[in-house]
Ligand binder design. Sequence first.
Ligand SMILES: Cc1cc2nc3c(=O)[nH]c(=O)nc-3n(C[C@H](O)[C@H](O)[C@H](O)COP(=O)(O)OP(=O)(O)OC[C@H]3O[C@@H](n4cnc5c(N)ncnc54)[C@H](O)[C@@H]3O)c2cc1C
Length: 312
Amino acid sequence: MLDCAIIGGGPAGLTAGLYATRGGLKNVVLFEKGLPGGQITQSSEIENYPGFFDHTKSGMDFMDNWQKQCFNFGLEHRMDEVLQIQKDGENFSIQIAGKDPVSTKSVIVCTGSTPKRAGIVGEDKFFGRGVSTCATCDGFFYKNKEVAVLGGGDTALEEAYYLSNICSKVYLIHRRDSFRAAPSTIQRVQNKENIEIVLNTTVTQILGDDMGVNSILLKDKNGSETKLEISGIFVFVGHNVNNSVLKTSENNFLCDVNEQGQVIVNLKMHTSLEGLFAAGDIRIDAPKQVISAAGDGAVAALEVISYLQERS
Ligand SMILES: Cc1cc2nc3c(=O)[nH]c(=O)nc-3n(C[C@H](O)[C@H](O)[C@H](O)COP(=O)(O)OP(=O)(O)OC[C@H]3O[C@@H](n4cnc5c(N)ncnc54)[C@H](O)[C@@H]3O)c2cc1C
């Protein structure tokens, strides 16, 4: 029987593991289906985490030390995909793909979120052949080529800037008349000579052939359509919540969620179900930042320690 199962090994899960084990819990397992690190490992840079200000380092570099530190106090990583969390009396049963279930006294769900697709005609057809949601992963394929970036938030602008150092030109396309990003990021993008900002415009279709994407159709606010020849398009339009582990066999949720499927927690990361906690991008009102995900993970682990002490 585990003291605590942590599902997901991004910033929230890793920090929860660090605090739980350093706080004295012995049987704590981090279930992470891939390598620990989470979404930020896809980022080309991170400049808003205090204490880390080497902008030449990627999100992967950034998370490297987290893994070393967070496993230093006895946290165990199992590279397993969790299918479902079930309530089993006062405990929980963790259902794992291809393995026996694991019993645990408490659970912290840190499964994060996944970049959304924009729903453009041709997006699915050309996904991986010119359509991407990860500049760090795929930017190099477009070296000295022209690409488009779709979106108007921090991630879109950061990734447009990153691509501008690899690609010959970046069209930054946003459907509104202004960006929703940090002023310093907006200014950096505006000052970059090979980024062309295209506002009040939507992408209506992604076109290509057997070789992949070769152009996109744009529609401005007056309804005028233009064709833009590019080799790739990077889509940064928000996230889906990874809450499937909380779905019951009856297709309900194990705990309360809001209409977007985000887990409802209080300030102590308690869900509506005793012994079940949630942290990071999966929770309501998450700022979707590394620092807040890590903070949530710490809070949730401290609460698990109190919960188990009260139970014993
Ligand atoms: C391109 C990009 C750039 C970003 N830039 C910044 C930035 O500059 N600054 C900043 O603060 N934030 C940035 N973010 C956001 C930041 O990465 C997230 O807010 C943060 O990673 C959320 O952490 P998390 O632990 O909640 O979830 P995640 O990082 O999403 O981690 C969840 C983990 O759970 C695992 N998982 C999911 N389901 C299961 C399952 N069923 N079984 C087992 N494991 C599972 C996943 O594999 C994943 O590793 C960026 C994100 C992206 C994508």
